[in-house]
Design a protein around this ligand. Structure first.
Ligand code: HEC
Length: 82
């Protein structure tokens, strides 16, 4: 019984520790930009908003499917990240 309780407790802890707070912009970025290469490729790059728009347009030439609004949201997200 004690082991069972411990197992349940650990499981509950893991559910809450795994889901670090993610914003909709995080989700959008991860779903769009980690398909062909790792997301860290973009995260470790420092660019301005305009430069990110250009980069994202280049990614679209590689076959990425994205709307204009999503492109702006990701460019904003990446130019404002630390
Ligand atoms: C359809 C596949 C594909 C998707 C989806 C994709 N990329 Fe790329 N990306 C590439 C390829 C191929 C390269 C390497 C060739 C190059 O750099 O031109 C690359 C390189 C990069 C680079 C390094 C070169 C640079 O310009 O700094 C960055 C940053 C980058 N991608 C960001 C992104 C972001 C942000 C997204 C989401 C909006 C994204 N990628 C989605 C294919 C993709």
């Amino acid at each position: 019984m004690r082991i069972l309780l411990l197992a349940m407790f650990t499981a509950i802890l893991c559910i809450s520790c795994e889901s670090a707070p993610k914003t909709p912009a995080d989700e959008l970025f991860l779903s769009k930009c980690s398909r062909c290469h790792g997301s860290e490729l973009a995260l470790k790059n420092k660019k301005t908003y305009e430069q990110w728009l250009d980069t994202i347009k280049r990614m679209e030439n590689f076959g990425m499917d994205i709307t204009g609004g999503e492109r702006k949201a990701i460019a904003k997200y990446l130019s404002e990240k630390k």
